[in-house]
Design a protein around this ligand. Structure first.
Ligand code: FAD
Length: 383
């Protein structure tokens, strides 16, 4: 039996990947995840790797194709076909799915569990799988209620923060650039830790910044703040270039086009509005290339390569695609997803302290961990 508090299952699948569902990625390894032990994550991913995910979806009538950065989407380009495929498979297997049945308590009674729902239902079960997700997109039904169920059965809790969330920035610059997308590198510098460097597209918005590279950075910013550590997010607008390579090209431009304005020159490599804002940030609006002093040129390069983003917060769980933190992974047996705290209990998916980067990794964690639990329960039923 499968109990889901939501009226309709698969809300997150439906909204995922811009309603196209980025089901997985061509290459997935433990290095794509943060949170608990990498060894545990690797073991779970290897038990049900990407090839088996692709095969499974093909078998249930959902063929996948690859897009940029290895992302795999259904050929239909509609997340609805993913939900429908999963529901067809549940029906074929005779799973009794009950929607609108929010679980409010799970208690262990001698050798069985008693599961109580908000509508007053009581169900007895030999095994229980907690697959209640994290806190992201709470209106979908994943509002963190699962952590209390796990705690009541003896589990701990790694404090959660939003992950894969847009960032709110202070100042005016982002709203002037709202709508502009560009490649960027973000360096998250946390006091006492090595830098995390992330590359990808950045989208300026009226509230701050979004886009894959920003979403990936958000969990690092939040984790540092949670631990009360100083954190800086540094923006590099010319990923792949060095201070020296940019300086050489600016010197060459000054020779070739002495009367050009720096903003015009920079617009060759950046969106025009971003080029202008960099020149403004360096205070060089009125200078021509010929009159740019060495110090001014270096100041401009500094703005291009390392502008601190004044992050004040993220947009929170309502806009986060994942949750960092959760039930500690070392409380789970990686070979079965069985709880080490409560016999007969299994935990899978985002309720656990595992969060993946953007690109289909979070779903792969959900598919792999669920498969491992399913296999273990099936073999326990046979014995
Ligand atoms: C906007 C958005 C886009 C995303 N896009 C992608 C993407 O393209 N690719 C990717 O890999 N990941 C994506 N993700 C992340 C991905 O959706 C999640 O990591 C994944 O859905 C987690 O699966 P889960 O089964 O653990 O939890 P969830 O999908 O959150 O499902 C948990 C279920 O448990 C139910 N539930 C919760 N509490 C109770 C309770 N007490 N009783 C009964 N039922 C309960 C909920 O109603 C829900 O149906 C996206 C997330 C969001 C929010």
């Amino acid at each position: 039996m499968c109990l889901d508090g939501a009226r309709r299952v698969g809300a997150k699948i439906l909204v995922s990947g811009g309603s196209r569902c980025n089901v997985t990625n061509r290459v997935v390894s433990e290095r794509d995840f943060w949170g608990g032990s990498s060894r545990t994550i690797r073991s779970v991913l290897r038990a049900f790797p990407v090839e088996r995910t692709i095969g499974f979806f093909r078998e249930i009538g959902v063929d996948l194709h690859e897009e940029e950065n290895g992302k795999l989407f259904p050929d239909s380009n509609s997340s609805r076909t993913v939900v429908e495929g999963l529901l067809r498979e549940m029906a074929r297997l005779g799973v009794d799915l009950r929607c609108g049945e929010r679980v409010v308590a799970v208690r262990r009674d001698s050798d069985a569990f008693v599961v109580t729902t908000g509508s007053g239902g009581e169900f007895s079960a030999r095994a229980v799988v907690l697959a209640t997700g994290g806190r992201s997109l709470p209106k979908s039904g994943s509002d963190g209620g699962g952590y209390a169920l796990a705690a009541a059965l003896g589990h701990g809790y790694v404090p959660t923060t939003p992950a894969l969330a847009p960032l709110l920035l202070d100042g005016e610059r982002h709203s002037e650039l709202s709508g502009v997308a560009m490649p960027a590198r973000l360096t998250v510098r946390v006091e006492g830790e090595s830098d995390v460097k992330l590359d990808g597209a950045l989208l300026w918005t009226h509230f701050g910044a979004s886009g894959p590279v920003v979403l990936d950075a958000s969990r690092h910013w939040h984790r540092a703040r949670l631990e009360k550590r100083a954190v800086d997010v540094l923006l590099n607008l010319c990923p792949g270039e060095t201070f020296e390579s940019i300086e050489a090209s600016l010197i060459e431009e000054a020779r070739a086009r002495p009367r050009a304005l720096p903003a015009t020159v920079l617009a060759k490599r950046l969106p025009a509005a971003v080029a202008e804002s960099c020149v403004r940030a360096a205070g060089l609006e009125r200078v021509t290339m010929a009159h740019l002093t060495k110090d001014e040129r270096r100041r401009l390069i500094q703005v291009l390569l390392t502008t601190p983003l004044s992050v004040v917060d993220s947009r929170g769980y309502a806009f986060a695609e994942a949750t960092a933190g959760g039930v500690p992974l070392d409380e789970i047996d990686a070979a079965s997803m069985a709880s080490r705290r409560c016999p007969g209990l299994y935990l899978v998916g985002e309720i656990l302290d595992v969060d993946g980067r953007l690109g289909g990794f979070n779903f792969q964690w959900a598919w792999s961990s669920a498969w491992v639990a399913g296999r273990a329960i099936a073999s326990a039923c046979q014995s």
